[in-house]
Every structure is written in C-alpha cells, then in structure tokens.
Ligand binder design. Structure first.
Ligand code: PEP
Ligand code: MG
Length: 922
C-alpha cells in the first residue's frame, strides 16, 4: 500500500505574515512582500529541493506556492525532507495563457530534475531494479484544503512494480501501491469514475472471500492490478501508460487543470481568495508510512489549534497511508500515545516543533511520515486556528519573546475575534439536555439546527431560512458549499485534523467530528444512536468546544472574555488612531458596546424605537392623520416614549457622545400591508378600512429607497423633527437634573444639498431654543448638529454642506447603493454571479469599494474639512466593522468608525493593524 503523503487543508496566512481573511472570509488574501523573485528566478519554471541542493526559499510563496516554498525552506534548515522539485505557479498561468498547453521546454526541464532526483536518491524512474516513485501534488500560494488534485506512487509500471517488490521484499505492498496508482491516476487524471474501480475490487474480494481490502492475499492484489488496468483501458480507450514520464506529464497537466476545477473555484469564492494566477506542482520522492508496524504517518500542530495551548498536538496512524488520517477513514491515535510506539521518533518531532517555531515564529501545521522507523517531514505551514487560539498564541509568543506586540496584533485575523464574543450553551440548561453522543471538539461554538444529510440540502434549506447542521459520516472537499452554509458541522468519523475539522476551524464554524456512536443513514435521512432516531425534522445542538451532541435547542449565554483578549484590546488601543463608536438603538446594546470598548454611539437609528410595543399604533395613527394638528396629537403620544428611550441610552453611555439620527425610512414601512392588520388599524382609529387601504396605496412608491425618506420626511412633516429634537433635549435636561452627563449629537439623514441642511439646522436650533425657554434652562446647550453623507451629491458638494455641519458621518450603505446603483435589498439576485466571474472583488455592502465609493469618502472628507477644519468625520455604515474597510478609513483620515456592538473589538484591532501595516509599508 502506498504512501505517506497527506493531503490536508492548510493555512490562510499570507506570505508576509499578516493575518489575511477571517472566519467570514471578507478580507482577501494578501500575497506580496518579499515574495518577489529575482529576474533569473522569474523565468525559471522548476526549483529543486533536497539535501544536495535547494533552489527555493520561504520568501518565494507566490511563485512556488505555500507547500513548495516551505519544503525548500525546511531543506534549508536541515530537516529531513524527501527530495523533489516544484513547478512554479507562473508555469500554471502560462499553461492557461497558452490555451491549456504545457509551456514549451517544461518537460525537458522536468527530465533534468528527475535525473537530479535519481542521483540524490540512487533510484531510477521506471526502473525494474530500484524504481523512483514520486507524488505529484498541487500547492497554491494560499492553500486550499484538498480542493485540487494529488497523484501518488507515480512512476510505477509493469516493470517498475517488480523492482519495488524486489527492493522492499514485499510483493503485496508493491502491487497494492500499483493498484492505487492506477485507480488514482485513472480517477484524477483521466476522469474514470472511482466506482468502476471499487466494483472490480469487490469482485476480487468476493473471489478470495476477503471481508476487507487488507484480507486480500498477494495473488488477489496482483490480479486486481490487471483488473484495474482493464477498467482503465475500457474507459480511457488506451492502456495504462507504461512510460513514467508520460504519467508525469499527464499528472502535471491534471494538477494545473484542477486549479480551475469546480471545487477549487468554489473554495476560492467562499474564502474570498482572489488575485492568484495558478497552482504550483510539487513532485516529491515517495516515502511510505504503510510498510509495516514500524511505519506510520501523521499530521500535527506545534500548538493546540483549538485552544492555543503550547503543547505539541497531533494524530497519527501506524502502518497507514496519509490519506487515511485526513479523510477520516480510520480514527487516528493522539501523538501523546506515540512514545509508547516509538520514543525516538516522538523526541525528534518535539525537537522539530521547537526548531520550526523558532524559525517561523509562528504555530506550524506539519505532516510527517515514518518509513521503517525513519522520520520524514512532508510539509509545514502556518496552522489554521480558531479565534481563541489566535489570541492565546499571539499573547504567549510575545511572552516567549518570539514576536513583538505589533507582530502579535497583525497576526490575529480581526474578524475571527467574533468567535470569542459569541454565545455558548447555557451550562445549567445543557445539564438538563439529553446527550446523544460525544465527538471531538474540532471547532468551538454553539450551533443549533436540524440535520441536513447532504451539502446540497444544507445549501437549499439555509436559503429557505432554516438553520441546519450538516451531518456527514465524513466531509470531503465537494461539501464546502454546504459546510459554509450550515450553522455547524457534525461527523461520525475522523479526527481533529480531518477535512471537516480543519476547514471548519479556518472559518470559525462550530464543528464536532468523530462522534462514532452516531449511525448516519444519509439515504433515509436519519441518525440512529442506541435505538433513538433523529430525522431531518428534529432539532439538535452541537457544542464545538466540548464535542457534545444533544437533542433539542439549548439556549445560549454570553461569553466571558479572557485575560488574553483584554491584552489584545489593550495593545490595540495603544497603537490605533481611529476612534471606535457603535451603532446602538437600545440601552442594552449601548451597554454591551461600552463594555466592548466603544467610546460613543455613532448611529442611533430612532425609527427602530417606533416599532416597540404600543408605539407603533401612535406612529401609524400619525401617518394616517390628515392635518398637521392631528399629526401633532399623535406625535405627542410618542414623545414621552422617545424621551425615555434617550434617557435610557444616555444613562447607559455615561457621558459618552451619542449621535442620534432623526427618522429615516419611508413611511409606508410603518403601515400594515395585509388586509387583516389594515382592518384592525382602521378599527383602532375609528376610520374605514378603505381609508387605511387608500393611505397605504397613496404612500406606495416605485423606488422607495430613492423616495420620500430621510430628511425629506422632516421637510414635508417638520412636526416629526420637532417631536424628535424635543425628546432629545428634554431627555438631556432630565439626565442632567439627575446628575447624569448626556452628550447628544443630532444627525440628519440623506442630505444632498447645503440648502436642505441649512433649513433642517434652523428648525433644529429653533426647537432646541424653544425647549430651553420652556424649561427655563439658563445655561448653554451644546448639541452638535451634523449630517450623514450618503447621497453622492452630498460628497461632491461637501465643501458647501460643511458650512452647516459640525460633523459628517458617511452612511456607506446608502452611499454604496447610490454610487453603484445596486439595490442594497436586492443585490443577492446577481451578486453571486459577479463574485463568481470576478467582476467584483467582494460584496461592496460588506467591504468598501475603495476606488469608487472610497473616492467619494476621500473627497467628502477633504472638501468638508477645507470649509470647516474642525469638522469631525466618521462612518456608520456596515463597513465600520469590516477589517479591510477599517484599514481604508484609517488611511483616508477619518476620525472614527461606528459599528454594531459585537464588531467593536474587531474594529479596535483592525484600527491598530491599519497603523502597524502603514508603518511597515513606509
Ligand atoms: C447608511 O446608509 O450607511 C446608514 C448607516 O444608514 P441606514 O443603513 O440606516 O440606511
Ligand atoms: Mg442610510
């Protein structure tokens, strides 16, 4: 049986060591830095690595891919690596440029490098005496877990297999390796359905009355090779290639092709990996972990990737091939058990852990093989980790003096902090829950949903608004779309390094693997555990931090933040320049955001308050009113509620500034659209249902987002402005009377011209004055008045508008909508196509479009400040909590960003990273 090479998911860290991406994958991967090859290297198609000579290094990730560059690097630092060579990513790009043809001269180079490998290993490609076998594996600059193709045992032919039998003294092993090559080559390179090979194997097993593959005797395996060759010939129309170089050429091409395979393209889209032009191909001497009880294979992390604990953490299998560890076919043994099996190898691995961490100053994810007691390193890369682990490892490495505070900060993908802030299961409620099974805690989190047994079903049901847990025996790269959509992932086989575990951890998705008690019947859509049957209609809860699988929906509780988290926040505050505010409409949100470190509210959307309890009735009556007097009567009903809301928020913010935005949405949004509710409203108001229906029809707009909304409402109905401003001032005075400092700021939405704001400002000031007089208030009342900049015209005429404003806050949601002309509510109908075809780099409503919308931000800021140098400028659209956008707002020179409470820590860290990156780019 072949091999030791393990195909496994890998890191998303970029070559320059900067955390790129996050669990949400909003941030594209950065490939840059010192990875620029020299002129000579730029034309080189192939790079050698081995003990005799190594041409590449870790700096050449863009050219050699992550795997290739690190293999070279491990050779450079003297680790035991089977020799090989790497074909560059540029060569893959050239292959596509040439209309999918291998570049001229490539195979000559490959011949030369195989010769060199032969010299170093003393073996010969295709030899009937002592054959050289190689693995052919993909490896892009950003690794993509199992998404591209791998071929093992390449070089075996009818003649070479006899050679392998001779040198290993194990004919069964040799033929087993050969049948695996024919299967893998047939499947991956020539597109022969794997099932056809399975079928042939079943036939042989039946003939030899063998229960499992390993029970088939040598003769059976020899016959199996013949049967496989026949399957190959029938399906491909040619015999299995007996020229090893022909095998190699076809395999190289297959790896190039897999770069644009469905799985790889989907993974790049879901993980927002852009800007890469191809995969490298690594051709490496095979070593075998399945040569007997003194051989083995494993994968490990230099620290625990789930918790961050500084402890070598891995799994291995004795007498096994690498694929077995990752695919979850056999559940592996923890490396803690390894000393009992081979103490020397365990000691060597621990030494290598230290050496690698000292060299890379980063947690590494390694693959290794032991061939007859001899350890080989097959791969190292920056290990994917959970948000918890990222924070702990960063803090620990600073303590261990491996990295500086600044390096620690840029290493943590800011978006991954969300994982630390997410709720976990309420322990008291969890105690009462029925435990269904226990698996391995592969990726923390608390997920609740109904089982989906296929990835496609998970995608479909999620789209229909259902929360689903993807339940599989094991996951494979084909499942990524469903894994991404599911609330959590649950498998019955596989270990902590299985495909499901690694992918889930990378995305920060809750995942439990290896819950062996679960009998999953995907066909009948049931999970059976000790007689209990769970169907697709039953809700289950999975705890990714403990591995528990439970029946029903368990309630969750808020997290307790660790000391390391506070350390990261403290360091972030030390380095950042941008201030972080929050978008909050309730005292509870305000308090949470303050606890997370917000230094004010940047957006309090007052209309949200209109929906609560009985108030919506007054709002509706106000909208239906026919005269100003009538409207004022209903607004008077609303006033005390609105005032109390503001008192609550000012109290929660303890003297920090609170930017209150006046009413924004079109009025029809407040009215019932269905007949029954319209009739109820009519009854409450003592009018006919017809009247309500007519008013609803009257308020209907063809383009409500561009219609009667924002400040336009207050222009038409100034009494709304008067009520809201009155509520703000009265709340402020109430607070002051009770010894609470209140700092409101009044913000007008959707302003597009100076005249508009001038008018609104006058109305606002008059109302403030009126309340002041009425209350007999003698002292000054300082309430800054400003505007949102969310209409492109406002950005273009910001110099004029700034005459009337003490602050600007960019409403980048509307600004994006109006700049692109994309409806923010309907973009999903076409966004997937735009992302898929790479017509957009990212969803512009999540990550700011720097060159378009960003230009308006820069212009608005510059023109506004030209008129009013003291103008305070912030942003309160969704982009305020997106790390990449925060970097842009820092560079643009804004004073603050405002985001939802849970994203405040993300914004704090991202703002610090922006400063550190700007320094390092100087
Ligand atoms: C915006 O448009 O960016 C904004 C914050 O306002 P809203 O999302 O409420 O329209
Ligand atoms: Mg808006």
């Amino acid at each position: 049986m072949p091999n030791a090479t393990i195909r496994k998911p890998s890191s998303k860290s970029s070559s320059n060591g900067v955390a790129s991406g996050g669990s949400n994958g909003f941030t594209p991967h950065i490939i840059s830095g010192k990875a620029t090859p020299s002129k000579l290297q730029a034309h080189k198609m192939v790079f050698y690595f081995g003990s005799t000579r190594t041409e590449g290094n870790a700096g050449l990730k863009a050219l050699l891919g992550g795997k290739g560059a690190n293999l070279a690097d491990m050779c450079q630092i003297g680790l035991p690596v089977p020799p090989g060579f790497t074909i560059t990513t540029d060569t893959c790009a050239a292959y596509y440029r040439a209309g999918q043809r291998l570049p001229v001269g490539l195979m000559n180079e490959v011949h030369k490098y195989v010769n060199q490998l032969e010299k170093e290993t003393g073996k010969k490609f295709g030899s009937a005496e002592n054959p050289l076998l190689v693995s052919v594996r993909s490896g892009a600059a950003v690794s993509m877990p199992g998404m591209m193709d791998t071929i093992l045992n390449l070089g075996l032919t009818d003649a070479a297999v006899e050679g392998l039998a001779k040198v290993t003294g194990n004919r069964r092993f040799a033929y087993d390796s050969y049948r695996r090559l024919i299967n893998m080559f047939g499947d991956v390179v020539m597109g022969v359905d794997h099932e056809r090979f399975e079928h042939a194997f079943d036939h042989i097993k039946a003939k030899y009355k063998a229960a499992t593959d390993t029970d088939v005797p040598e003769q059976g395996i020899v016959e199996l090779c013949e049967a496989y060759k026949e399957v190959f010939r029938k399906k491909v129309g040619e015999t299995f290639p007996q020229n090893p170089f022909k095998q190699l050429e076809l395999a190289i091409e297959a790896v190039f092709k897999s770069w644009n395979g469905e799985r790889a393209v989907a993974y790049r889209r879901l993980s927002n990996i852009q800007g890469l032009h191809g995969t490298a191909v690594n051709i490496q001497t095979m070593v075998f972990g399945n040569m007997g009880e003194d051989s083995g294979t494993g994968v490990a992390f230099t620290r625990n990737p789930s918790t961050g604990d500084n402890k070598f953490y891995g799994e291995f299998l004795i007498n096994a091939q690498g694929e077995d560890v990752v695919a979850g076919i056999r559940t592996p043994i923890s490396c803690d058990e390894m000393p009992k099996w081979n103490k020397t190898v365990y000691g060597q691995l621990l030494k290598i852990k230290g050496k690698l961490e000292k060299h890379y100053r980063e947690m590494q994810d390694i693959e290794f093989t032991i061939e007859r007691g001899r350890l080989y390193m097959l791969q190292t890369r920056t290990g994917k980790r959970t948000g918890f682990a990222a924070v702990k490892i960063a803090c620990d490495m600073v303590k261990e003096k491996l990295i500086t505070e600044k390096q620690a900060l840029v290493r943590i993908p800011a978006g991954d902090l969300t994982q630390l802030l997410l709720p976990s299961f309420d322990p008291t409620k969890k105690k009462l829950a029925t435990l269904l099974a226990r698996g391995l805690p592969a990726s923390p989190g608390a997920a609740v949903g109904k089982p989906a047994f296929t990835a496609a079903d998970a995608v479909k049901r999620k789209q229909n608004g259902e929360s689903v847990i993807l339940v599989r025996k094991e996951t494979s790269p084909e499942d990524v779309e469903g894994m991404h959509k599911a609330a959590g992932i649950l498998t019955s086989t596989g270990g902590m390094t299985s495909h499901a575990a690694v992918v889930a951890r990378g995305w920060g998705k809750c995942c439990v693997v290896g819950a062996g008690d679960l009998h999953i019947d995907a066909k009948n859509e049931t999970i059976t555990v000790r007689g209990k049957v769970i169907t697709r209609h039953d809700v289950i809860s999975i705890d990714g931090s403990t591995g528990e699988v439970m029946v029903g929906a368990i309630p969750t509780v808020e997290p307790k933040l660790s000391g390391d988290f506070s350390t990261i926040m403290r360091w972030s505050d030390k380095y950042r320049r941008l201030q972080i505010r929050t978008n909050a409409d309730t005292p509870a949100d305000a308090r949470r955001a303050r606890d997370f470190g917000a230094i004010g509210i940047g957006l309090c959307r007052t209309e949200h308050m209109f929906f609560e309890g009985q108030r919506i009735k007054s709002v509706r009556k106000m909208i239906l009113a026919e005269t100003r007097e009538e409207r004022e009567e209903y607004l008077a009903e609303l006033l005390p509620h609105q005032r109390d809301d503001f008192v609550g928020i000012f109290t929660a913010m303890k003297g920090l500034p609170v930017t209150i935005r006046l009413i924004d949405p079109p009025l029809h949004e407040f009215l019932p659209q269905d007949e029954k509710s319209q009739a109820e409203l009519a009854r409450a108001m003592g009018v006919t249902p017809e009247k309500v229906r007519q008013r609803v029809a009257q308020l209907h707009e063809a383009n409500p987002m561009l219609g009667h909304r924002g400040c336009r409402l207050c222009v038409t109905f100034p009494e709304i402005l008067v009520m809201q401003v009155r509520a703000i001032v009265e709340a402020m005075l109430d607070c002051v009377a009770n010894g609470i400092k209140a700092m409101p700021e009044i913000m007008h939405p959707l302003v597009g011209s100076r005249k508009e704001l001038e008018w609104l400002r006058r109305m606002t000031l008059e109302t403030i004055d009126a309340v002041k007089k009425e209350k007999g208030w003698q002292k000054r009342i300082d309430i800054p008045i400003g505007t949102m900049i969310e209409v492109p015209r406002a950005a273009l005429t910001a110099d004029e508008i700034a005459h009337e404003a003490e602050f600007f806050s960019f409403g980048t949601n509307d600004l994006t909508q109006m700049t692109f002309g994309y409806s923010r509510d309907d973009i999903n109908t076409f966004l997937p196509d735009y992302l898929h075809k790479e017509l957009l780099d990212a969803d512009p409503f999540q990550t700011i479009d720097q060159s378009g919308v960003g230009q308006l931000v820069r212009m608005g800021l510059e023109r506004g400040r030209a008129t009013n140098p003291k103008l305070k400028v912030g942003i309160c659209g969704e982009h305020g909590g997106d790390p990449k956008s925060v970097h842009f707002f820092h560079r643009a020179g804004l004073d603050y960003v405002s985001c939802s409470p849970y994203r405040v820590p993300i914004a704090r860290l991202a703002a610090a990273q922006a400063v550190i990156l700007a320094e390092s780019n100087k």
